[in-house]
Structure formats: C-alpha cells, structure tokens
Write a new protein. Structure first.
Length: 216
C-alpha cells in the first residue's frame, strides 16, 4: 500500500495504549503526526466520529479511520514497509496474540490503575493511596509477570525479534516500574526485568517516553 498522506494518530502522551500505537509507527518508520486528545477533559467535537466510545487512540490514513489499539498496530505492521512486527509462524503469531490478550485482560488495570495510579498519582491529587486496592492488585500483577516469564522465549518475548507483544508490554512496564511495588515485583521476575533493560534502550522507546518518566 502506498503512503500518500501522513498518518494521524490521535492520543495523549500519558496514555499506555496511544504509546503502543506510537511505538509501532516509529518501529516501522511511518511518517505521522500526533493529534493530542485529552480524554480526561472530554472528547472534543468531531472526535466521536472517529471513535464513538470516546477513547484513545484512533488513527486516520488516506481516509481510512480505525480505532482499537490491536487493530491499529496490526494495520501499521501490514500496511507499511519496514521490519515485520508479527511472526510468520502461526504458533508464534498465536502466542503473540495470547500475550497481548493477557496484558489487556489481566495486566493493564491492576498494574496501572490499581498500583501505579494509586501510589504515584494519589499524592498529586491530594488524597491518600487506596492501600486495599494496591494490596488486592499485587498478586494479580505478580501472576502476570510470572506468566510472561514462562512464555518468553528469547531476549524478546517471542525470540530474537521485537514483535507487537513487546510493544504492548513496554508502555505498561515503563509506568509499573515508577511505583515501588512495581520495582519490588520486577525484582522477583528477572527475565522481565532484563527484558525491560534491553527494550528501554531502544530508540523508539526513548522517543516516546512519558512525561512522568522524564520527571522521575
């Protein structure tokens, strides 16, 4: 598919899922621009035509509109030239989809909202962290890291090549490690901790760092 217009990615620099899509664009070397959307201030007029549920990210390319991160990243990988971000082998591709599913279903909310937001953002909002919420999320986060460690097959999650699974995990761990509980659980998951050290040095990950990472 020929690229005739820059891709537009709608998102925010604090969003895990917008960063996943942003990473995919950088990994593929796709010309793009970011259209900031702060969903916590409400979706601006017209945005609901792009994403009827008012979430981020959304993407536009040559009149093609798309939302849902998994659909966006697969489109980016398949529509543009550059290094493949999905395995060719059907079992490895199924494993990639499995890992992404694990992250969406079991990792994102407990690790980000229940641990990181409560521990790092509550003081900024002038309230005490919900310790019960953090305590409940900890074993879920630990189980998730253990499952990922068991599925990991090389320096990257699926062997010797970065895939969409790595791009899905990186923004989650980037936030997770900012909480002391995240550091504690990562210390018990050395395979994932080592993976983070490698991927954190990747230029695409450096280019897309959260403002909160830069202040940490």
């Amino acid at each position: 598919m020929s690229e005739t217009q820059p891709v537009v990615l709608y998102g925010a620099d604090y969003s895990v899922y917008a960063r996943i899509a942003h990473l995919a664009l950088h990994e593929k070397g796709v010309d793009h621009r970011i259209e900031p959307i702060d969903i916590f201030k409400g979706a601006p007029p017209g945005y609901l035509q792009l994403h009827p549920f008012g979430k981020i990210p959304a993407l536009e390319h040559d009149g093609f509109r798309l939302y849902e991160t998994g659909a966006i990243t697969r489109y980016i990988d398949e529509a543009f030239p550059g290094p493949a971000l999905q395995p060719d082998d059907p079992r490895a591709r199924a494993r990639m989809v499995q890992i992404i599913g694990i992250l969406d279903a079991y990792a994102y909310r407990p690790m980000i909202w229940d641990i990181v937001v409560e521990r790092t953002m509550a003081p900024r909002e002038g309230r005490s962290a919900d310790e019960a919420k953090i305590a409940k999320a900890m074993p879920i986060a630990e189980k998730t890291l253990a499952a990922l460690s068991e599925l990991m097959t090389g320096p990257w999650l699926l062997g010797d090549r970065v895939t969409l699974a790595d791009l899905h995990l990186a923004p989650i761990i980037a936030y997770f490690r900012l909480a002391p509980e995240g550091q504690q659980l990562l210390a018990r998951a050395p395979k994932i901790a080592g993976w983070w050290e490698r991927i954190a040095e990747r230029p695409t990950v450096q280019l897309t760092r959260y403002p909160l990472e830069l202040r940490a």
